[in-house]
Design a protein around this ligand. Structure first.
Ligand code: OOG
Ligand code: MG
Length: 262
C-alpha cells in the first residue's frame, strides 16, 4: 500500500459523495499516481463500510470489464470486481430517476445466483456451474463518477466499478442442459436493438467470470457465499441512456427484463 488510512478515507468520501449527489470528479490517480491495487480496493472497501454504517445491505457482487467489447470501449486490459447494495436494486420494469445519476449507461449481463460457497484459488468453470442455483438476465446500469466516463483501472476499482443500479428478471433457470456460451443476447432501447451478443463474449464462458471473481477474492481470504447474486459483466459495449428511454434485455432461454429512465 502506498496511501495512508486518512487518504483512503478521504478518497472514499469524495467518490461516494459524488455518487450520492450525482456530480462528477477527476480521476483519483490524477492526485495519487502512486496508488496501487491494494489502495484501489481499500478505497472501494471504505465506500462499502460507509454504506454499511448507514444501514445498507450487501445484496451481491459484480465482475466488470470481462468482455473484449467492454475492455476496448474503456481502454483497459483486466477484469475488476465490485459490490452491490440493496439501494442499487430496481424492480423488473421499474423506473430509474436520471436526476440521481451523472451519465448512465446500460449493459446486458447474465446474473448468477449461487447455492454453495465458492472459494479460490483454483476455482474453475465446473465448480461455478456446480455451485450455481440459477441464472437470470440482468441489466446493469453503470455511472462512472469520473468526468466524461474516462478512467484507468485503479480509479474505476476505487469507484466501486461504476456501480449504481441493476435489474433482473426473466426466468430463474438452472444451468443443467444450458450452454451459456451460445445464448443469444439482445439489448433494445426504445424498441430498437442497440447491442447484440452471446454469452461467450464474457471470457469465453460467463462462468469463467465468476471463477475469476472467486479466485480474486480468494487472494484476499474471502469467498463468494451461497445465495449471492453475481453480475458476470457486460456482454457488449455499454449503451448511454437518458430520461425518456426504455431499455429491455432478452436472453435466449432466460426470458427478458426491462427498465425505464425518467
Ligand atoms: C466499469 C464497470 C464495467 C462491466 O460489466 O464490464 C462493468 C465501467 O465500464 O464503467 O460493469
Ligand atoms: Mg457491468
Amino acid at each position: 500500500m502506498n496511501l495512508d488510512r486518512t487518504t483512503i478515507a478521504l478518497l472514499a468520501e469524495r467518490l461516494e459523495n459524488c455518487e450520492l449527489e450525482a456530480r462528477d470528479t477527476t480521476k483519483v490517480t490524477d492526485d495519487y499516481p502512486d496508488m496501487d491495487w491494494e489502495d484501489a480496493y481499500a478505497v472501494q472497501d471504505a465506500i462499502r463500510a460507509r454504506k454499511l454504517a448507514r444501514g445498507a445491505r450487501i445484496v451481491g457482487l459484480k465482475a466488470g470489464l470481462t468482455s473484449r467489447a467492454k475492455m476496448k470501449q474503456m481502454n483497459v486490459e483486466d477484469p475488476v470486481f465490485g459490490f452491490l447494495v440493496d439501494s442499487f436494486a430496481v424492480a423488473d420494469g421499474g423506473d430509474i430517476d436520471t436526476k440521481k445519476l451523472i451519465h448512465p449507461k446500460v449493459e446486458p449481463e447474465i446474473a448468477f445466483v449461487t447455492k454453495a460457497a465458492l472459494r479460490g484459488p483454483g476455482c474453475h468453470i465446473g465448480a461455478v456451474l456446480a455451485a450455481t442455483d440459477f441464472v437470470v438476465p440482468a441489466i446493469e446500469i453503470i455511472d462512472s463518477r469520473y468526468r466524461d466516463f474516462k478512467f484507468d483501472l485503479k480509479s474505476v476499482v476505487a469507484d466501486n466499478c461504476s456501480s449504481t443500479r441493476f435489474v433482473t428478471g426473466g426466468t430463474a433457470t438452472p444451468v443443467e442442459g444450458l450452454d451459456l456460451r451460445t445464448l443469444g443476447v439482445v439489448l433494445e432501447k426504445n424498441g430498437q436493438p442497440v447491442a447484440i451478443g452471446a454469452g461467450a463474449a464474457v471470457l469465453g464462458h460467463p462462468a469463467a467470470a465468476i471463477a475469476m471473481l472467486a479466485n480474486m477474492l480468494g487472494r484476499r481470504g474471502e469467498e463468494i457465499p451461497a445465495g449471492t447474486l453475481i453480475l458476470s459483466g457486460g456482454i457488449t459495449e455499454a449503451v448511454a441512456v437518458a430520461a425518456g428511454d426504455s431499455v429491455s434485455l432478452r436472453i435466449q432461454s432466460l426470458g427478458s427484463t426491462s427498465v425505464r429512465f425518467v
